[in-house]
Design a protein around this ligand. Structure first.
Ligand code: 2AM
Length: 178
């Protein structure tokens, strides 16, 4: 079995800028900068033959390249706790088009539809053990965070191995955008 997800990789310069946001919240588990990405579709554990079908489905996608704009920070909540801190991503036409192409392609090969609404973000930290007031302070402090747009020319199928600390993400296949 292999654990897969589809995501946009981020240029090193963007990762470096995002990394400057991390730190200063006790109990937060910061994502290592090399792991920053924008998830388009989480797939989960599949058999080898299914992974091959996933690859074929993704390779058939035709979508234009587009620009990605990161702006603002926010949180996810789970079970009454703030579970993650993230940087927001503008839901532009190009990004939404690609995401829906990926979703359709994966449903066509029999994957269950994603039930969650697409909320594009780059996770900075898992925070269920961090003090809520610190997290709220972080969001307020970085509300106006904004980076210049970057060109997205491909999307990536990643495998993920869950480690003791951080997961190890490996870019398995890159798919060019037109
Ligand atoms: P994230 O996008 O909020 O950071 C690999 O695990 C990636 O897939 C992570 O970026 C993760 O969250 C995202 N993801 C989405 N749904 C998931 C799920 N049910 N389990 C694990 N990761 C999921």
């Amino acid at each position: 079995m292999i654990r897969l997800f589809v995501a946009l990789a981020l240029p090193a310069a963007i990762k470096a800028q995002l990394a400057m946001l991390s730190g200063g919240i006790p109990g937060a588990r910061w994502v290592p900068p090399e792991n920053y990405h924008l998830t388009l579709r989480f797939i989960g554990e599949v058999e080898g033959w299914k992974a091959q079908e996933v690859d074929e489905a993704l390779a058939n996608i035709r979508a234009p390249s587009f620009e990605l704009s990161l702006r603002g920070v926010g949180t996810f909540e789970r079970g009454g706790r703030i579970s993650a801190l993230w940087v927001g991503v503008e839901k532009t036409e190009g990004l939404s088009f690609l995401q829906s192409k990926v979703e359709t392609a994966l449903q066509r090969i029999g994957l269950e539809p994603e039930r969650k609404r697409f909320a594009p973000h780059v996770t900075l930290a898992r925070t269920d053990r961090a003090p809520p007031e610190k997290l709220i302070g972080f969001v307020q402090a970085h509300n106006l965070f904004r980076l210049p747009p970057v060109a997205v020319e491909h999307f990536t199928l990643y495998s993920s191995r869950l480690g003791k600390d951080a997961a190890v993400y490996v870019p398995e296949v890159e798919y060019e955008l037109a």
